[in-house]
Design a protein around this ligand. Structure first.
Ligand code: F6P
Length: 547
């Protein structure tokens, strides 16, 4: 993409937003709602079965108009088109960014370097489906002839967070006769706890790594190999029945000892944190079956199409992305809380942390100059209502502004007495309390003694989005994840950053490689670090129990 975009703070909409912010920053949501009785309905929009109520945000029509103008001036439309056309918008890695191709229907055409990638996407999906059917039916036998009853995904980052989040989110639809585990941390406790009650003869490992070089994953994969071989009498032939790989690098998979016939491929135009719809989703497909996985992809695709085609003023990811910019860059909000009122989404905030912060936690723009404003806020969260009894105090009465996304579903997956109505009542109560609070007058009128009044006042004016869908299904999950993916894209486009590289993770990896022999070798090493690091390494060497 060659279009020259003005520096962010020089864009007319940015300047106008700065001036506008001075005028509206103290405006209270109480006033905004009082002067517009239809605000709730007016600032609610629905697309592909997902409803977004963004009325409880500290915005006027003018704010929204200026934010939308900022999107135009930031060439958001051109950036979206460039992504969908397969242009190499990941400039620092010279790669196309085509997770949207992973969920494109058969027959679609998306070109990378002149080649339509959609047929190869569907060929891998078909191969995955065939494999999953064989595992799920028991036709695939382990080395000793037993069917597979346990699946362990070994991966980290995008090769773990997507699979574990999706498995937890869709557990309701999963095949309960297979046990699923996820090992990511190089901390041996992770592997040991995940495998301690499993029988190697009934266990399949999926080694998931885009690069097939990641230290944590390769270390865990080696331990898995030893665990299987020890458990099955040392016959290396067992590897073929108990290991499959998901990667972009066939040569490295082969070098590890996994037959490439048991490898599921994906491509360098799929970013790790955007890879759930690729073969990285193999554990998800094993859990919910090929039809469920295709429904998940269909959900993603519907949101992709909405993002690609809907006018910005009705475009859910664009609206959410712009509101995020408003709080982060104009109000100085440093974090965003994501609060799913759905226990199955318990790993969703952790998944979003990589998606948002590895994508947009950048300090330079595409041309290498410093960004002029804060980029990605810190994402965090817990399922409701648990958070209400821990950190919500700070959101309601603390000194920081924390925009929140509430996520809820009309139907319970496990209807149980009054539970779901109570859960939903809490969603509505929290967003109401955060927006409108409780004035000193109201507190006094309740007979509160004067000295206690300040403690019991709720300022309100805490902004929230409410995202509502009918029911958590594979399709809905796809829509929800794509909503956030494209919100991240929107923000990256406004900040003119490369949302698809992750150079910030490199330095620590390189230093760890240097330190590993320094902690492992018998001979005392010559240490050339700073005095703190040298002394930590020496203490560790002195104190550790040598095995
Ligand atoms: O943390 C850096 C990172 O490269 C992530 O972007 C990626 O998801 C993760 O490591 C795992 O990488 P791989 O799939 O290549 O093992």
């Amino acid at each position: 993409m060659t279009a020259v975009i003005q520096a962010l703070t020089a864009r007319p909409a940015w300047k106008a937003l700065e001036a506008h912010h001075q005028k509206v920053r103290d405006l209270h949501l109480r006033e905004l709602f009082a002067t517009d009785p239809k605000r709730g309905a007016r600032l609610t929009t629905e697309a592909v079965g997902v409803t977004l109520d963004y009325s409880k945000n500290r915005v006027t029509d003018e704010t929204l108009g200026l934010l939308l103008q900022l999107a135009e001036e930031s060439s958001l439309r051109a950036r979206i088109d460039a992504m969908f056309r397969g242009e190499k918008i990941n400039r620092t890695e010279d790669r196309a960014v085509l997770h949207v191709a992973l969920r494109a229907p058969k027959g679609a055409s998306i070109l990378v370097d002149g080649q339509n990638v959609v047929p190869q996407v569907h060929a891998v999906l078909d191969k995955m489906a065939d494999f999953c059917n064989r595992i799920r039916s028991g036709a695939w036998k382990g080395h000793t002839g037993k069917p597979i009853r346990n699946v362990v995904n070994i991966g980290i980052g995008g090769s773990d967070l997507g699979p574990v989040m999706a498995y937890e989110a869709l557990k309701h639809y999963s095949m309960r006769s297979i046990t699923f585990r996820f090992v990511s941390n190089v901390d041996g406790n992770d592997f040991v706890e995940a495998t301690r009650d499993l029988d190697p003869s009934e266990t399949l490992f999926i080694i998931s790594s885009k690069t097939f070089t990641t230290l944590e994953t390769m270390t865990n994969a080696q331990s898995a190999r030893s665990w299987v071989l020890e458990g099955l009498g040392g016959d290396a032939g067992a590897v073929a029945r108990h290991f499959v790989a998901v990667s972009t690098d066939a040569a490295k998979v082969s070098a590890f000892g996994i037959d490439t016939a048991n490898m599921f491929e994906f491509w360098d135009w799929v970013g790790g944190r955007y890879s759930l719809c690729s073969a990285i989703g193999l554990s998800t497909m094993l859990a919910i079956g090929p039809d469920g996985f295709r429904a998940l992809l269909h959900g993603f695709h519907q949101m992709d199409e909405h993002f690609r085609t809907a006018p910005f003023e009705r475009n859910l990811p664009v609206l959410m992305g712009l509101l995020g910019i408003w709080y982060s860059d104009f109000f100085g909000a440093q974090t965003v809380a994501v609060l799913p009122y759905e226990q199955y989404l318990k790993r969703f905030p952790a998944y979003l942390q990589q998606l948002t912060m590895e994508s947009n936690g950048k300090h330079v723009t595409l041309d290498g100059t410093g960004v002029a404003c804060p980029t990605a806020p810190i994402y965090w969260g817990e399922p409701g209502t648990n958070g209400q009894h821990s950190f919500y105090q700070l959101i309601h009465q603390g000194t920081r502004l924390i925009p929140c996304d509430f996520i809820a579903f009309v139907e319970a997956l496990n209807p149980l007495g009054r539970h779901h109505d109570i859960l939903m009542a809490n969603v509505f109560a929290q967003t109401e309390a955060l927006a409108f609070g409780k004035t000193p007058e109201q507190v006094k009128a309740e007979g509160t003694p004067d000295w206690l009044v300040p403690h019991r006042v709720f300022e309100g004016n805490r902004p929230t989005n409410t995202i509502l869908a009918q029911r958590l299904t594979p399709e809905t999950l796809g829509k929800l994840v794509a909503l956030y993916e494209h919100g991240v894209f929107t923000q990256g486009a406004i900040w003119s950053i490369d949302s698809f590289d992750q150079w910030g993770v490199e330095l620590g990896k390189v230093l760890a490689q240097r330190i590993i022999p320094e902690v492992e070798n018998e001979a005392e090493p010559d240490l050339g670090h700073d005095s703190s690091t040298n002394s930590l390494i020496r203490s560790y060497r002195r104190l550790k129990v040598r095995s």
